[in-house]
Design a protein around this ligand. Structure first.
Ligand code: SF4
Length: 681
């Protein structure tokens, strides 16, 4: 029986139908209109991957051995209870994922704080959207990736796309940029000449780590070349004078010296945006994953506000979420500092509301915990046990060898996954769980639209859903069974109540409405509410209704190049793979297309290192080395190398990345570090 659902990978959440044979893509889902990328077309292959886990595994004498669910769950509950009793509740930590459904994200946060009583829960979305979320909150009072439907972009005459290679990471998205591309209105900011940059009328290629200076320079041009929307700034914003004071010294020629982007190109880009009838500024990980990521996104928002774009129909500012549930994953309480409904965990009213829904004393709720990298860094010396759901941190976390060492220092590691990922292979207990089409649940895509993922096939015998696992463990830890329901629909009903009145209000969204095909974007405060596809048309979400420009200044990469490490390394994704590759490396069509790590480098830079196309190179930073095959790319900057981050072992790009954190979002600086390039002899 054909079952309509959504792709298991990225935040676009393309509509697809699962049926016997390959998936098909219906034309009536407006986000992808019948289009899928290679990952989507081959996604059904994942459902029959031959190395699927179908039995819990327990490590005995150094080897993972199959056991019954009763043995595995009893062991996990007993070890967690013992560690808590001996060392206190913060001896146990939980790590979640931005690909988990809304229901799982919600129940995982509740499990950590109620069943375990720990403050230590965070998730891999900290590595993905946290800088954009922080900047969006301070500018607009609400963080929703795109505060407008993605289809609005189809009317854009000009789009400034910053740090997003959508032609490879989410190809069906590019149909919405068609008009801007065809009319010469696309400006791409990326240090690489990507497949997306190839379609741009203007490609600005700043040195990695200098985006903030570039954004300040474009604001400077907007002011000095007379493009400010003064009426909009007066009526709808505050803070322009302070933001301008910070940007005033960033003349285009000064910006050119720091970034390498020609002053004339800066002026051209701003003129294109300012003169367009409909214009958008969109950011993504390339500009966000920096130690100054929050300020960098604020600088792009400042530019958009100076031009009068956000909150105007046909124009706007947005961030392109990355992971499948990158938006919903950050709304329901698996972040260290948040409770469901996007509420702050240290807000007394928020604690009271959520504790009321959970039927507990608000004073028993733990406070904020450590952010993702800080949590991983503290394992062994802080938490002694870790439970991982929906994440493969051995590949995806920065300074990866250190993260592996910290996992090894734990007394007890539990991983729930559908295959033996690189992280699961280090665990004391592995719990085999269902994957996307074998379970139901909701996802919230990059435009804040809540989507139903339907169960299309029966899971293999021997696996359980994450919700069932949390239910079983909670009961074993002494919780009432009905406090941790295992049915996704029951969890969603509770999530609705927990989110009511919060920033991300789902209280009017029901499974019935989603089954009926309603397009519901949050906030949706009651069951007669049509949802809110466009935010900010009348007012922004701050109490005074105004958007805030935030004064920010450039501070450069935390680790600038030097004599020992003279190049800048940056990382990213390729068309055929997704995140840590735990899924896509198991799809033969995808894996054979890109079977291992490569390093993109300018031919002259390769030549100076004695390397040519196809050679094996070692790329080293102060934290480690990665092995990768050389790809000579004339469009690369001569001071920059690029590595994809999907591969395991010695090919892990995150062996070299810098875990220095953004002070606001706690985002690591994935996108730039100092490296040297050598031939492997
Ligand atoms: Fe799946 Fe994203 Fe590709 Fe769409 S663009 S098919 S959601 S991976």
């Amino acid at each position: 029986m054909p079952t309509p659902t959504h792709c298991p990978y990225c935040a676009l959440q393309c509509g697809m139908t699962i049926q016997p044979g390959p998936v098909v893509a219906p034309r009536d889902f407006p986000v992808n209109r019948g289009g899928l990328c290679q990952k989507g077309w081959t996604s059904a292959t994942l459902l029959s991957t031959p190395d699927r886990l179908t039995s819990p595994l327990v490590r005995r004498n150094g080897t993972l051995e199959p056991v019954s669910w009763t043995v595995a769950l009893d062991l996990v509950a007993q070890r967690l209870a013992d560690l808590r009793a001996e060392h206190g509740p913060d001896a146990v930590a939980v790590f979640g994922g931005g690909g988990l459904t809304n229901e799982k994200s919600y129940l995982l946060g509740k499990f950590a704080r109620v069943a375990l009583g720990t403050s230590h829960i965070d998730y891999n979305g900290r590595f993905c959207m946290s800088s954009a979320a922080a900047a969006g909150m301070r500018a607009f009072g609400v963080d929703r990736g795109l505060p407008f439907p993605v289809t609005d972009l189809a009317e854009a005459d000009a789009v400034l796309l910053v740090g997003a290679n959508v032609a490879e990471t989410m190809p069906p998205f590019t149909q919405h940029l068609r008009r801007a591309i065809d009319t010469g209105g696309l400006v791409v900011v990326d240090p690489r000449r990507t497949a997306t940059a190839d379609q741009a009328a203007v490609h600005l290629a700043p040195a990695p780590g200098t985006d903030l200076a570039l954004a300040l320079g474009l604001l400077h041009v907007a002011v000095t070349d007379g493009y400010l929307d003064t009426e909009y700034l007066r009526d709808r914003t505050s803070g322009f004078a302070e933001a301008w004071q910070a940007a005033a010294r960033w003349w285009p020629e000064q910006v050119e010296r720091v970034t390498g982007v020609a002053a004339a190109d800066q002026r051209r880009a701003v003129a294109m945006l300012a003169r367009a009838a409909n214009a958008y500024v969109l950011t993504a990980r390339g500009t966000e994953q920096h130690a100054s990521g929050s300020d960098t996104v604020s600088a792009w928002i400042n530019l958009a506000l100076a031009l009068g774009l956000p909150g105007r129909k046909g124009s706007g500012f947005g961030c392109l979420t990355g992971q499948g549930n990158g938006q919903g994953g950050r709304e329901h309480g698996q972040k260290a500092d948040q409770l469901p409904g996007y509420r702050k965990i240290d807000d007394p009213a928020a604690r009271e509301h959520v504790a009321g829904v959970w039927g507990i004393d608000p004073n028993s709720l733990p406070g904020p915990g450590k952010s993702a990298y800080e949590l991983l860094d503290s394992l062994g010396s802080g938490p002694r046990a870790l439970m991982v759901f929906g994440s493969n941190v051995v590949v995806s976390a920065p300074r990866a060898s250190h993260v592996s060492d910290r996992l090894a220092a734990l007394d007890f590691l539990v991983v729930a996954d559908f295959v033996l990922s690189e992280t699961a292979s280090l665990a004391d207990v592995v719990l085999p769980v269902t994957q996307w089409a074998e379970e139901g649940g909701t996802m919230t895509n990059l435009e804040g639209r809540v989507l139903l993922r339907r169960r299309a096939i029966d899971p293999p015998a021997g696996v359980r859903t994450d919700l069932e696992v949390l239910h079983e463990l909670a009961v074993r830890l002494g919780q009432p069974a009905d406090r941790f329901p295992a049915s996704e629909e029951t969890v969603f009903e509770e999530l609705r109540r927990a989110s009511a009145g919060g920033v991300a209000d789902y209280s009017g969204i029901t499974y019935e409405r989603l089954r009926a095909g309603e397009a519901l974007h949050w906030p949706c405060p009651d069951e007669s509410h049509p949802g809110t596809p466009r935010l900010f048309l009348d007012r922004f979400a701050h109490v005074d209704g105004r958007a805030r420009l935030v004064p920010v200044d450039h501070r450069g990469p935390a680790e600038p190049p030097d004599e020992q490490y003279p190049l800048r390394a940056t990382t990213g994704r390729v068309l055929q793979h997704y995140q840590s590759g735990a899924q896509t490396r198991r799809v033969p069509e995808l894996n054979s297309a890109v079977p291992g790590a490569f390093v993109e480098v300018h031919p002259d830079t390769a030549g100076r290192a004695g390397l040519s196309q196809g050679d094996l190179a070692r790329v080293s930073s102060r934290r480690g080395s990665v092995l990768a095959t050389v790809r000579c790319v004339p469009g690369m900057r001569i001071d920059t190398v690029f590595l994809p981050f999907h591969f395991p072992g010695e090919q892990r790009a995150n062996l070299i990345t810098n875990p220095v954190l953004d002070p606001v979002s706690r985002m690591p600086e994935f996108k730039v570090c100092a490296v040297r390039l050598e031939a492997v002899t």
